[in-house]
Design a protein around this ligand. Structure first.
Ligand SMILES: [Zn+2]
Length: 448
């Protein structure tokens, strides 16, 4: 199995430390608002990763975090904490906001039929681990204190620019005029933030004799160490995380533990909508519910996402979503037909599909293989294991009354009682079925 590794900028053969426990970490959402559809694409691709590892006989151990503290509106360690912002907006406590949006996210995670992570870690449950990690970095001389927090001195970690191929001179030259003057280097980042006496920040913990809260990056480094150990196999995230968040996670972890943090880094690209960036001001921050109202299920959206490669830029449009929905329905009906007729022999098509995924998770090519081959019902079940698109759902459990209606219709047709046959057709349609006549007799299909 081959994967594109951001660390080496090449496609490499994937070699886990232990195939029976492939250690994987995924940066999860900041739980302060309703995610838009673009926020789900990465989780859909990482679900494909997990399923592909399993299809290759490996057993993943995967941790997903939920950021419920410390993610500021600006990546430069200033601006408001996103959770505090959400609480003010809705007149709720930060804890209520975190609970509500965590549950909301996990519900939609289920609707997309994404494999549940083995461990879901809420950042606020790991404050002690964060503090321990900051202490370790301080003992090793990597930190310094300013009036507003404890910072990581990036000049002490010579490999700091490597991961993102950062040009630090360029960064320095482009630094904002109001750049935090207490910072020693423009790339330094907060490990811990102090709460000023007049500052309204409900989530607070005592550290160094003052109230404060952890910086955003430290939670991931601390959770990874606590739940998966010093070196993990795969770390996933969006490409926007490469220059700051993941670079900082590496700095924290590798300086604290003197071990390589992760062997393979996978990053997925963004989607645009009708050629535009997704943004509130453009009014295109569609939620899964909004797609549903327009007649597209979360699985139709998942189908659309998997039609593209995780590293490619994708442009979303409702026309393309309609096409993805039609493709999924077509697969459902092919599966239904092969189940009812049992006429397709098993071939090596499963191996051919997996082969495409083993080439750096090439889902578009895997989909073409599915389109251009005849699949038995068993093969369609395999497709469901690989992609979680629920192609075979409801096929084996066709209700008896539907089967009876189909028989009655066939009998009515034979005796040329077309009024009855038409009436039965309408009854079937009301239940989302229709009858297709094939050379080997009638088979039912899904209407939508
Ligand atoms: Zn992270």
């Amino acid at each position: 199995m081959k994967l594109y590794n951001t660390l080496t900028r090449t496609i490499e053969e994937f070699k886990p430390q232990n195939p029976d426990e492939v250690k994987i970490y995924t940066c999860g959402p900041t739980v302060y608002n309703f995610p838009h559809i673009g926020n789900y694409t990465s989780y859909i691709y990482w679900d494909l990763l997990i399923r592909t590892l399993k299809a290759n006989g490996m057993t993943p151990k995967r941790v997903l975090n939920l950021t419920d503290v410390g993610h500021l509106t600006s990546d430069a360690d200033d601006g408001e904490d996103k959770l505090e912002k959400g609480a003010k907006r809705e007149g709720k406590t930060v804890w209520e906001i975190a609970d509500y949006y965590s549950n909301y996210f996990l519900e939609n995670y289920g609707k997309l039929n994404l494999t549940q992570p083995d461990i879901i870690a809420r950042a606020t449950d790991y404050i002690n681990e964060d503090i321990k990690l900051v202490d370790t970095l301080t003992e090793k001389g990597y930190t310094y204190e300013t009036s507003d927090g404890v910072y990581f001195d990036t000049s002490k970690f010579t490999a700091y620019p490597d991961f993102a191929k950062l040009d630090l001179d360029h960064l320095r030259a482009g630094a904002r005029v109001d750049f935090n003057t207490e910072k020693r280097n423009v790339s330094d980042f907060a490990l811990w933030k102090f709460i000023k006496p007049d500052e309204d920040h409900a989530m607070r913990w005592d550290y160094l004799g003052r109230p404060g809260y952890p910086g955003w990056h430290i939670e991931c480094a601390a959770i990874i160490h606590e739940k998966l150990g010093e070196t993990i196999d795969i770390h996933t995230g969006g490409i926007d995380h490469i220059p700051v968040h993941h670079t900082n996670e590496i700095a924290e972890s590798e300086c604290a533990f003197d071990k390589k943090m992760c062997n393979y880094w996978l990053h997925c690209n963004f989607i645009t909508i009708d050629g535009e960036k997704i943004s509130k001001s453009l009014g295109n921050t569609y939620t899964l519910e909004e797609l549903d109202e327009k007649g597209f299920s979360p699985l139709d959206f998942k189908m659309w996402v998997l039609q593209g490669h995780f590293q490619g830029t994708r442009n979303f449009s409702f026309t393309d979503l309609q096409a993805a929905k039609a493709r999924r329905l077509n697969w459902r009906n092919k599966a239904a037909e092969s189940y009812q007729l049992g006429n397709i022999e098993k071939t090596d098509v499963e191996a051919k599909i997996l082969e495409k995924l083993n080439e750096n998770l090439n889902s578009p090519e895997a989909f073409s293989t599915i389109d251009t081959n005849e699949l038995s019902f068993e093969d369609w079940k395999y497709v469901d294991e690989l992609f979680g698109l629920k192609i075979t759902e409801g096929i084996e459990e066709t209700p008896d009354f539907i089967k009876n209606l189909i028989e009655e219709r066939e009998e009515a047709r034979i005796r040329k009682d077309f009024a009855i046959a038409d009436d039965i057709r309408d009854q079937l349609a009301a239940n989302n079925y229709y009858v297709k006549d094939t050379p080997t007799g009638p088979v039912w299909q899904f209407l939508a």
